[in-house]
Structures are given as C-alpha cells and as structure tokens.
Design a protein around this ligand. Structure first.
Ligand SMILES: Nc1ncnc2c1ncn2[C@@H]1O[C@H](COP(=O)(O)OP(=O)(O)OP(=O)(O)O)[C@@H](O)[C@H]1O
Ligand SMILES: [Mg+2]
Length: 347
C-alpha cells in the first residue's frame, strides 16, 4: 500500500482509537455519577490504564515511523553521500511497493545511468587516444626517416611528405568531427520540433537522394505506405542530418560499382518507420550492435581512405532518441546493411 494512503489511514485509526478510549472512560464515569459515586480510586485506575494504553499507541507509532520512513531515508542519504559509479556497486535493496520502494528503484536506475555515462566517457577517451595515436605514430616515423636518412631520393622525400600531409589531414578531420559531434549533443538539448506531414517529408527526402545517388551512378528505389494527414513532430534539420549520414554511408562503404539503395517508409502502431538499405558489402553480424558506439568503425585500416570518424551513427542515435524514437541496424535482405529508425506519430 502507498504511503500517501497508509499514513493518513494510520492517523485516522489512531484518532478513532483515542476517541473510543475517551468515550469508554466518559461512559464509565457518567454511569458511576448517576449511581451517586463521585470520582474515586476506581476512576483514577481507569484513567491511568487509559493513559498507559494511549502512551503505548504513540510508542508503536514512533517505532513504525522510525523503521518505515526515517531509517530508509537515512540509508538513502548515506548512499547519496558516497554514490559509486564503479563496477562493484551493489544496488539498494527493497521489496516495498510504496513510495520508498519506488525511490530506491529510481535511485538504482540513476546510478546505472551514471555508470553507463561514465563508461561511455572512458571508452570515448580511449577511442580518441587510440585513433589519434595511430596516425601520430606514422607521422613521427616519417619525420624521423626524413631527418635521419640523408640519402633519400627526391621522389621518396615527396612521398613521405604526402603521407605526412594525408595523416595530418585525417587527424584534423577527426578532431573537427569530434567537436561538431559534441556541439550537436549540446544543441539537441534545446531543439525546436515542428509537425511535418510524414508522406511529404519522405517523398522530399527520396527525391533529393534519388538525384544525388544518380550522380554516382547508384540507384535509389523507394516506396512508402504513409497516409495523408499523418504527422511527425520533428526538427527537420536534425532528421535530415540522419538521412545525410545514412545515404552517405551507403555510398562510402557500399564498395560496389552498381550500388542499389532502398528507402522504405511505413506506419506501425503509433510510430512511423524509416528504413535505408543497400546491397553493398554490409557489416558482419557481430559488429551490427557496435555501429552506434561513438568512434566505432568496422575497418580501421581502410578508414583513412574513406575519411570517416565513426561518429555519424552515434549522432543519428542521439538525434532519434531525442525525438522519442529508436534506431537499429540489421543485415538487409538485399545483401548489405540496413538501418531502421522510428519516429512517434503526432496525434
Ligand atoms: N552502409 C554501410 N555499409 C557498410 N558499412 C557501413 C555502412 N554504414 C556504416 N558502415 C560502417 O559503420 C561505421 C560507422 O559509421 P558512422 O556513420 O558512424 O561513421 P563514419 O561514416 O565512419 O564517420 P562519420 O559518419 O562520422 O563521417 C563506418 O565506419 C563503416 O565501417
Ligand atoms: Mg558516416
């Protein structure tokens, strides 16, 4: 039972008990008065007995308050003083279904979220350090070669300079992508949402990318089953960024001469679904769930040539989740990668 019901009920019961005891005493006293007996030792004993009973009731009430309210709050307070976000934390245990039980559950969930955010930060720093270390090691190697080897030909010197420039450019791109990503994350906190007709929005995107992909000699096939007057509440600029990354990924990583891209839209329940698939090389099944991790790229060694920093899909996930939707990756029936995301329909 919830505390908001339990506590007033307890007070009402106590009050009724108290009234009943006073009434009993009064009836007893009036009865004796009618028989001509004035206040005597029997009344005094009765008054004493009732006072002790009332006293016991209040002691029971205080004990109840201590164990049911004060103690759990003290435990929570102690825990708040030393919130742990490490691996070895133990969650607060409570089988209660009332507000205190809910408070403990919410505290455990908050600790878990803090832990996840902390892990993400640590992983991201490790990934950035790793991604910067690799080109930096090559740059240092080439610079050392240039300064130590005195008998290099002009062609070799030129080649080494070009490699240094290429690696440096890649590092700058990575840092730019990273700072754009963090800026986006901050912007997402205060984005404006506007209602857009799903069908019209889908067709606009499809038209735009059909033209863009045809420029690479790739084909976009699209279909949707959105009805008129179905609206989504979105920040158009941000959702366009999502499509931008999905279509550019297909072009970048499809690695096929005549790539086919498939764009599908439909409604299920109270969500609209958008799906972008390709018949390119795809992503190994075991890597599918990692695609949305920050700085994750499937093939690190080829990444330098493609110029990707592995932040695009992480950013898509952030944007979609800020709109109340979900995003996932799957192996497409067409052979390549499929990405599906949902956006809630506005009612
Ligand atoms: N359509 C696709 N086919 C095959 N692999 C893909 C496809 N889309 C994404 N990937 C793989 O997933 C990785 C992550 O993609 P993501 O968009 O997050 O980053 P990116 O494209 O490398 O960099 P950015 O988008 O920040 O420029 C890519 O590096 C690539 O290895
Ligand atoms: Mg990308």
């Amino acid at each position: 039972m919830k505390l908001k019901i339990k506590l007033p009920l307890l007070f009402v019961i106590m009050f009724i008990l108290m009234l009943a005891l006073i009434a009993v005493f009064f009836v007893f006293y009036v009865g004796h008065m009618l028989h001509g007996n004035m206040f005597g030792p029997l009344h005094f004993k009765m008054l004493l007995f009732l006072s002790v009973l009332l006293g016991l009731m209040f002691v029971a009430l205080i004990i109840y308050f201590h164990f049911n309210i004060t103690k759990p709050i003290q435990i929570l307070n102690l825990r708040l003083i030393k919130v742990k976000i490490g691996n070895s934390r133990t969650s607060l245990q409570s089988r209660r279904k009332d507000e205190i039980g809910q408070l403990y559950n919410h505290f455990n969930e908050m600790e878990e979220r803090l832990y996840q955010a902390h892990r993400e930060q640590v992983d991201m720093i490790a990934a950035i350090a790793h991604d910067l270390k690799t080109p930096l090691t090559s740059i240092t190697g080439f610079v050392e070669l240039l300064s130590m080897q005195k008998n290099l030909t002009d062609k070799e010197i030129q080649e080494y300079y070009e490699l240094i420039i290429k690696k440096t450019k890649h590092m700058v791109e990575m840092i730019n992508a990273f700072s754009a990503f963090t800026k986006d994350e901050l912007m997402l906190e205060k984005i404006d949402l506007k209602p857009l007709e799903t069908r019209r929005f889908f067709e606009n995107i499809a038209d735009e990318y059909e033209t863009e992909l045809s420029g690479f000699d790739y084909k976009l096939t699209w279909k949707h089953s959105f009805a008129p007057n179905q609206f989504i509440l979105i920040n158009e600029h941000m959702i366009r960024r999502v499509f931008g990354n999905l279509f550019s990924n297909a072009v970048r990583y499809g690695r096929k001469k005549e790539l086919n891209v498939y764009f599908t839209g439909y409604v299920s329940g109270n969500h609209s679904y958008f799906q972008v698939e390709d018949d390119g090389t795809g992503v190994p099944d075991q890597e599918l769930s990692s695609l949305f991790h920050k700085l994750f790229t499937v093939d690190k060694s080829r990444q330098i040539n493609h110029g990707g920093s592995g932040l695009g899909l992480a950013s898509c996930k952030s944007i979609i989740e800020h709109h109340g939707g979900e995003i996932s990756a799957f192996r497409s029936d067409y052979g390549g990668l499929g990405i599906r995301f949902t956006l809630p329909l506005s009612v």
